[in-house]
Ligand binder design. Structure first.
Ligand SMILES: Cc1cc2nc3c(=O)[nH]c(=O)nc-3n(C[C@H](O)[C@H](O)[C@H](O)COP(=O)(O)OP(=O)(O)OC[C@H]3O[C@@H](n4cnc5c(N)ncnc54)[C@H](O)[C@@H]3O)c2cc1C
Length: 461
C-alpha cells in the first residue's frame, strides 16, 4: 500500500509528490494527460513563450530608439508555436525525470474515487493511506448565446491556433485576457477587450490599473469596461460580438473570439458526491487548515480548492499539505502571495492594495518612484510605469505594486519584505546595486518617508 496517491500532475500535484518523497513517503501520482498540468501545457509556460515572441517583435519595431534598423520584419505564428511546444516538451520531460529520480510511481490514466484510500484508474483499483486531489481547473464558458460557434475559443485553443486572427475580440479583461491582448496585439492582431466589471484586472491596485489602461490604449488595444456581452453571431466569414456598454451598444466584428471570463474547478468524473466530499457553491472543494476535505484521509490543493488560482500557490499548498501530513508545522502565507501580469508593461504585486488598506482602516503612507527616473530602465528603452509602496504607521511595508519592466522578477524582493513584515528602514539599509531596476523599488520605499534621493522633494513635485 502506498503512503500517498496524488491525483493530478500539475504544479500542485507533482510538487506535492516530490516533497512527499523527500519526506520519506512511498508515493504514486495519477495523471490523465501530460505532467505539468495546465501551467506547463496550456497556461503559464506556453503564454510566456508567446510573451517573449511578442517582446522581441516590440523591440524590433522600436529599433529606431536604439539607432538600429531591421528590414522586412516578419512573424511566423506556426514557428512560434513550434518553439513553444519545444519548450513545453523539454519541461514535461524534465518533470518526468524528476518524478523518476524521486521514485514517484507515475500512473497514466483518469482516477476516480471509490472510497477513502481507494481509487480506480483504468478499471484497476489502487490503494493508499492518503489521497491528495490536485485536479486543477478548466476555462469557464460564460452563458452567452453563440459561445459554441466555430471561431469562439478558450485559451487552450488559442494557444494551438496557427492562423493569426486579423481581429481578435477578448471577452474578459482579467489577467489571462490582458496577457493575450498584449501578446496578440504585438503579433499584429487588432484587439478589443470587453470587460463586464467597472475595471480590468479585478483585484489589483486601482492606480496601477488606471495607468495600465493608458498604456493599453497607447499600444492600440481597445478596452471597454462595464460592458456586458449579449451575443456572438456568425455573419458570413465574420463573427460579430454585440455588447451593452456604459454609453450604449458596442458591436465588433471578429475573426476569432477568446473567452477569458474565468476558470472553474475540474472535478468531473472524480466521484466527489458519492463520497460526500463537500464543495462550495462554485464547485471548489472545501478543505480545512491541513488541506483535508470533510472526508478523513482525502486532501485537496491548488486550483481545485479556489483561492488565488496561481501555479506558485498550488505548489506551496501541495508542499504544506504533505508537510503537515508528516507532522511538520508549516502554513501557506496567503497575505504575501505575489501575482504577476505578463503584459506590456508587466505588472506584479504583493500584499495589500491601497483600496484594501483603506477598507481595513489602516493608517498608511504611500511611496512611489517612476521608471522614467531609473537609469537602467531608460537604457532599456522601458521608462513606462512605476513602483508603488504602501507602509503602515509603524513603517512596516504592507503592499508593493510594480508596473514596469521585469515587474515579475522585481517583485521577489518585495515578497521577502512583505512576508517577513520588514520595515522601510530594513530596505533602505540594504545596498542595491547600480544601475538596476531594483533601485526603483528602493527609491519608492525611501519615498514613503519622503527621502527618495532621485525625486524632487514632495512639496516641489
Ligand atoms: C492561459 C493561462 C495562463 C496562466 N498563466 C499563469 C502564470 O503566468 N502564472 C501563474 O502562477 N499561473 C498561471 N496560470 C494559472 C496556473 O496554470 C494554475 O493556477 C495552475 O496550473 C494550477 O495548478 P494545479 O496543480 O492546481 O492544477 P492544474 O495545473 O490544472 O493540473 C491539474 C492536473 O490534473 C489532471 N487531472 C484532472 N483530473 C484528473 C483525474 N481524474 N485523474 C488524473 N488526472 C487528472 C489534469 O490533466 C492536470 O494535468 C495560467 C493559467 C492559464 C489558463
Amino acid at each position: 500500500m502506498k503512503d500517498l496517491i496524488v491525483i493530478g500532475g500539475g504544479p500542485g500535484g507533482y510538487v506535492a509528490a516530490i516533497r512527499a518523497s523527500q519526506l520519506g513517503m512511498d508515493v504514486a501520482l495519477v495523471e490523465k494527460d501530460a505532467p505539468g498540468g495546465t501551467c506547463l501545457n496550456r497556461g503559464c509556460i506556453p503564454t510566456k513563450a508567446y510573451f517573449q515572441n511578442a517582446a522581441v517583435l516590440r523591440t524590433l519595431s522600436g529599433l529606431s530608439e536604439f539607432n538600429a534598423r531591421a528590414e522586412n520584419i516578419a512573424f511566423d505564428l506556426p514557428g512560434a508555436r513550434e518553439r513553444k511546444d519545444w519548450i513545453v516538451a523539454k519541461l514535461v520531460s524534465g518533470i518526468r525525470d524528476l518524478l523518476k529520480g524521486y521514485r514517484v510511481e507515475v500512473i497514466a490514466g483518469e482516477a476516480s474515487l471509490v472510497a477513502p484510500g481507494r481509487l480506480l484508474v483504468g478499471g484497476e483499483e489502487i490503494v493508499a493511506r492518503r489521497l491528495l486531489i490536485a485536479t486543477g481547473s478548466e476555462p469557464a464558458v460564460p452563458p452567452i448565446p453563440g459561445v459554441d460557434l466555430p471561431g469562439v475559443v478558450t485559451s487552450d485553443a488559442l494557444l494551438e491556433t496557427d492562423t493569426l486572427p486579423e481581429r481578435l475580440v477578448i471577452i474578459g479583461g482579467g489577467v489571462i485576457g490582458i496577457e493575450f491582448a498584449c501578446i496578440f496585439n504585438a503579433f499584429g492582431s487588432r484587439i478589443t477587450v470587453l470587460e463586464a466589471m467597472p475595471d480590468i484586472l479585478g483585484a489589483m491596485d486601482g492606480e496601477i490599473v488606471r495607468r495600465m489602461g493608458v498604456y493599453l490604449k497607447k499600444q492600440g488595444i481597445e478596452v471597454h469596461t462595464g460592458t456586458v456581452v449579449e451575443r456572438i453571431e456568425r455573419e458570413g466569414e465574420d463573427l460579430r460580438v454585440t455588447a451593452r456598454g456604459k454609453k450604449g451598444p458596442v458591436e465588433r466584428p471578429a475573426d476569432l473570439v477568446l473567452l477569458a471570463a474565468g476558470r472553474k474547478p475540474f472535478t468531473r468524473g472524480l466521484g466527489l458526491e458519492q463520497l460526500g466530499i463537500a464543495c462550495d457553491d462554485r464547485g471548489f472543494i472545501k478543505v480545512d487548515g491541513n488541506y483535508e476535505t470533510g472526508v478523513p484521509g482525502i486532501y485537496a490543493v491548488g486550483d481545485v480548492i479556489g483561492g488565488p488560482m496561481l501555479a506558485h500557490v498550488a505548489s506551496e499548498e501541495g508542499i504544506v499539505a504533505v508537510e503537515r501530513m508528516a507532522g511538520l508545522d508549516h502554513r501557506v502565507n496567503y497575505d504575501a502571495v505575489p501575482s504577476c501580469v505578463f503584459s506590456f508593461p508587466e505588472i506584479a504585486a504583493v500584499g495589500l492594495t491601497q483600496e484594501e488598506a483603506q477598507a481595513r482602516g489602516i493608517d498608511f503612507r504611500v511611496g512611489k518612484f517612476p521608471f522614467a527616473a531609473n537609469g537602467k530602465a531608460l537604457t532599456m528603452g522601458e521608462g513606462d510605469g512605476m513602483v508603488k509602496v504602501i507602509a503602515d504607521a509603524d513603517d512596516t511595508v504592507i503592499g508593493v505594486h510594480i508596473l514596469g519592466p521585469h515587474a515579475g522578477d522585481l517583485i521577489q524582493e518585495a515578497g521577502v519584505v512583505v512576508r517577513n513584515r520588514l520595515k522601510v528602514a530594513d530596505v533602505i539599509g540594504t545596498i542595491h546595486p547600480h544601475p538596476t531596476l531594483g533601485e526603483a523599488f528602493l527609491e519608492a520605499v525611501m519615498d514613503v518617508q519622503g527621502r527618495s534621493l532621485h525625486s524632487l522633494p514632495k512639496a516641489r513635485r
